[in-house]
Design a protein around this ligand. Structure first.
Ligand code: DAK
Length: 259
């Protein structure tokens, strides 16, 4: 698949792939083609054994200012049903490798939802997060009411969803929506540092741990605990577990191979 609206570097840094949303004039508004390209890229990177962590970014001005309103404007509910864009979003959510959003500027509507679909968010001081769909007569449709509420709690989520108010990176950090805030010139570098830390771990345990943390979103406590336990046992089937523990005992750095 040729990409028109994203740029992909499989090996931006060792074991780290970088995907850049690239519709700068439209503030990276997420049109259908861009989302299909993103889905395709993530599927390929997920299968690429060299890649251990994926960073998604936009540019200084915008991570993404939401779904493409111009493309949605005349759609009917039946059009949307037939296009079934949820399938694309679901596929993105199912990426098994850790995905970090490096956010600067606007992360609005679908852009905020995309960032929240990632596993961690590193933001620049200029980042603004919001779910302003209410201002154009709709509401969040790609997980905003659920993920935002789980992350920041009912009070702030209600205010953001019902008034369309934006919050700053600092507010987002204080509310628990994002991991780190850094000056604008450092946000991508900081995301890379976080990705590099993750890449040092066993890819097997990273995958099982990510899956287990995400389970906390859609399972009751007991079911989640059983799921975690199963994945915990599974770690002990990997060579990386033997290597990790041996390296600890031998007081050296582990050499994880992903087996
Ligand atoms: N869609 C299309 N074009 C957009 C856009 C968007 N979301 N946001 C910005 N642009 C375009 C502008 O139209 C403008 O294009 P030209 O007029 O130059 O041709 C260009 O980007 C620069 O924008 P502005 O001139 O407006 O720039 P400002 O700095 O003055 O304002 C802004 C920046 C971000 C505050 C403003 O552009 C803005 O309010 N944008 C819209 C934000 C918004 O309402 N976002 C939510 C959209 S609804 C679904 C999944 C997800 C969704 C729906 C369904 N399924 C799975 C089914 C998500 C829905 C949404 O996100």
């Amino acid at each position: 698949m040729e990409y028109q609206f994203i740029l992909v570097e499989n090996n931006y840094r060792k074991h780290i792939a970088l995907v850049q949303l690239n519709r700068p004039k439209e503030l990276n508004a997420l049109n259908l083609q861009l989302m299909l390209e993103l889905k395709d890229a993530l599927e390929k990177l997920d299968k690429n054994e060299e890649v251990r962590c994926i960073v998604i970014t936009g540019n200084e001005q915008a991570f993404a200012a939401g779904a493409d309103i111009k493309q949605m404007e005349s759609r009917t509910a039946i059009d949307l049903l037939k296009i079934d864009q949820f399938e694309t979003w679901d596929q993105i959510r199912k990426t098994k490798k850790p995905v970090i959003a490096a956010v600067s500027g606007f992360a609005l509507g679908g852009g905020c939802e995309l960032a929240m679909t990632c596993d961690m968010i590193v933001a620049s001081e200029s980042a603004k997060f919001g779910q302003p769909e209410i201002k154009i007569g709709i509401m969040p449709g790609a997980g905003g009411t659920q993920r935002l509420t789980r992350a920041v709690g009912k009070a702030l989520a209600m205010e953001m969803v019902l008034t369309g108010k934006f919050i700053s990176a600092e507010e987002a950090k204080n509310a628990g929506l994002i991991n780190r805030v850094v000056p604008e010139e450092l946000y991508l570098e900081e995301a890379m540092k976080l990705a590099a830390e993750v890449c040092q771990m066993s890819p097997i345990s990273i995958r099982l741990a990510k899956e287990s943390v995400l389970k906390a979103f859609d399972a009751g406590l007991q079911e989640g605990l059983y799921f975690e336990r199963k994945n915990f046992y599974m770690c002990f089937t990997s060579e990386d577990q033997k290597e990790g523990m041996k390296a600890f005992v031998e007081k050296r750095k582990p050499d994880f191979k992903g087996n």
